[in-house]
Design a protein around this ligand. Structure first.
Ligand SMILES: Cc1ncc(C[n+]2csc(CCOP(=O)(O)OP(=O)(O)O)c2C)c(N)n1
Length: 621
């Protein structure tokens, strides 16, 4: 048996590197390659899953992984596009918390994965990206390297997105992995960590390498704000306020009970950002659903009218607060965020940096000690937000009640996106399936429609709104044993259709529902609203998606029909399939308002910029 195999099997027998060393089965000091040190270092951090497209740039790490997979310590899922690999890893992290690694060759493969890492970076999802890199001896340009006579070009590029370490010197692998542990698992907003492994360094042997020098996973400790003044100042503002709105982002996860309590004490409305659904149950009468550029009647009303705003765990991304114009009447903003830069985002603010849950609890204690008690719901504000909530529910129902419209391109009546998305949401919720939304109108209509009563029912990448995310995410979520439905537009699906093959190859169960309006409607709609014309956003090529998906052995492809009844029956068949299924739903695009969920807030893009910016500066936040 060779030495690598012996190491792998001994560790597998003892479960951990420490125990293998303590037992005497493995000497603490070993001669091993940099590639093997990467695999062992990540294993020590609990990283055992890899999403890969190998190339000549990573054959050496692949060989190390092969041996460790044989021993049962790691597993690699080879996929057909590096961006899809990045999305799968991001989704796995966002849904289960598990850190995994993406591994690619040098050059184009690495660039594909790097592009996909935007999604991890935008959603604070810590994942590893390992890329082959050019050799360090300059024997001539390497095929696929960036053709410039300069060092560290990938290091510069990846360093923009997250933590990046180039392993130019073999022993630097230890420090690189330690930096990575903190980047992917720090407190708050995590980052991707890029390990750039030059092709000639991967096989370099580290003599007498100390196995126990490899660090374990970083365990974040929660930081609370120790400054009593912040809570007292916030309490004084709450005392003067008449119309309080609490707006939450992804960083409020786990804070649902505190936010619900706080809303009672402050007699407040609660509004969610697009990716914060389920943190507060949609059944809570103070919950006004989503607010922002593509918000809701109730959510935007609560934002526009509030005289005091409490923000929890949000970065104020443009669409989240209508590019800074949603808080039209806010006298002050109390801002709970782990990152000081985000806590201090607004003018007239009281930043409360640190762990949101700890800080909310502390503030609730301060409020109670100062005589705040649950509101009786009879104030003018309470009554007005309830009226708006009812208005939004009626607006939604009017769309669900008109599920079919005649479409010009399809030349026949087809389902509307709102009605079809609602039916699929209900179906998924009843089946306990995770809903994953892709970009475009599908995503915006989706977050206006979802009614989650707990966290973890929806995954929507509104951080980067990356077309192709949902279908690719199925693979990562499927690995976690969770059945998921990917809601995709035709444009988004065709960005990353590889999952048809990858999911089948790896035994993933899940369903893609493809809402086909024969165009990139989100952009066509924006173009029309701003300039009166759509331009190059329609699709002249009719595609038989059912035949396409059905051509992959193992995929069950079904037409979704043109009525809610037909759609439900297709979903039933799709969900009962023991593998990947795809349901193709032709959907309406046109001027009929019932074909969409409406737009209720500003956005600083295109022809609107001058007006939106003027409004932003008028408000002065
Ligand atoms: C990778 C990527 N490229 C471009 C965009 C810009 N973009 C946002 S939505 C959209 C159109 C989405 O079309 P489709 O998936 O068909 O959904 P629809 O809007 O038609 O419902 C585009 C091009 C993006 N978000 N991601």
């Amino acid at each position: 048996m060779n030495e690598r195999m012996h190491r792998a099997q001994t560790i597998a027998r003892h479960k951990t590197i420490e125990r293998a060393v303590e037992s005497g089965g493995l000497s603490q000091f070993q001669d091993l390659s940099v590639s093997e040190a990467i695999v062992l270092g990540l294993f020590r951090q609990g990283v055992t899953k890899y999403f890969a497209v190998f190339g000549h740039g990573t054959t050496d790490i692949a060989e190390a992984l092969r041996v460790y997979e044989d021993a049962g310590l790691v597993k690699t899922w080879n996929v057909r596009h590096e961006t899809a690999a990045a999305h799968a890893a991001t989704a796995l992290r966002m849904i289960t918390g598990e850190v995994s690694a993406v591994i690619t060759s040098i050059g184009p493969g690495a660039m594909h994965a790097f592009a996909g890492s935007l999604c991890a970076a935008s959603n604070g999802a810590g994942v590893y990206h390992i890329y082959g890199d050019e050799t360090t001896h300059n024997e001539g340009f390497n095929m696929q390297q960036i053709p410039r006579d300069e060092q560290g070009l990938f290091l510069k590029m990846t360093g923009v997105m997250g933590c990046a370490r180039a392993l130019y010197e073999p022993w630097s692998v230890v420090a690189a992995l330690r930096a990575g542990a903190v980047a992917v698992n720090g407190e708050g907003f995590n980052r991707p960590c890029f390990l750039l492994a030059p092709m000639n360094v991967q096989p370099a042997i580290l003599k007498n390498f100390n196995l126990l020098e490899l660090s374990g996973a970083y365990v974040p400790r929660r930081l609370a704000c120790a400054d009593e003044d912040a809570f007292l100042e916030a309490a004084s503002l709450a005392r003067e306020a008449r119309r309080v709105t609490i707006k939450i982002g992804q960083g409020a996860r786990g804070c649902g009970p505190e936010i619900a309590d706080l809303a009672e004490l402050l007699d407040a409305a609660i509004v969610a950002g697009p990716s914060a659904s389920g943190i507060v149950s949609s059944a809570n009468p103070r919950y006004m659903t989503v607010g922002g550029s593509k918000g809701s009647i109730s959510g935007n009303f609560a934002m526009n009218e509030a005289d005091l705003v409490v923000v929890v765990g949000a970065r104020a991304v443009c669409q989240w607060d209508s590019s800074g114009t949603a808080w039209k009447n806010a006298r002050a903003i109390i801002n709970f965020n782990i990152e000081p830069a985000h806590a201090a985002h607004y003018n007239r603010g009281v930043p409360v940096p640190g762990d949101a849950k700890l800080n909310l609890r502390r503030w609730i204690g301060v409020l109670k000690s100062r005589g705040f008690a649950p509101a009786d719901g009879r104030s003018e504000w309470s009554r007005s937000i309830l009226v708006k909530r009812a208005e939004w529910i009626a607006f939604r129902n009017a769309r669900y009640d008109c599920p079919v419209l005649h479409d010009e391109v399809w030349g026949r009546p087809v389902l509307t996106q709102p009605a079809a998305i609602k039916a699929v949401c209900d179906f998924a919720d009843a089946a306990g399936a995770l809903k994953i939304f892709d970009a475009g109108d599908v995503q915006a209509n989706g977050f206006q429609i979802v009614e989650d009563h707990r966290e973890g029912m929806t995954l929507t990448d509104t951080g980067s709104s990356y077309m192709g995310f949902a279908a690719s995410a199925l693979l990562g979520v499927g690995l976690a044993g969770r059945y998921a439905v990917a809601f995709c537009g035709d444009g988004s699906f065709t960005m990353n259709p590889q999952v048809l093959i990858d999911a089948t190859a790896h035994g993933t169960r899940g369903c893609i529902v493809l809402f086909d309006n024969r165009r990139m409607a989100a952009i066509a709609g924006l173009q029309k609203a701003q300039y009166g014309n759509a331009y190059k956003t329609a699709d002249s090529v009719e595609v038989d998606y059912v035949a396409w998906a059905g051509s992959v052995k193992g995929v069950r492809a079904l037409p979704g029909g043109s009525s809610i009844g037909e759609l439900k029956s297709a979903l039933e068949q799709a969900f009962s399939h023991n593998g990947l299924s795809l349901v193709h739903v032709p959907v309406y695009y046109g001027d009929d308002e019932r074909g969409g969920m409406g737009v209720f807030g500003d956005w600083n893009v295109g022809s609107w910029c001058e007006r939106v910016q003027a409004e932003h500066h008028r408000i002065g936040l």
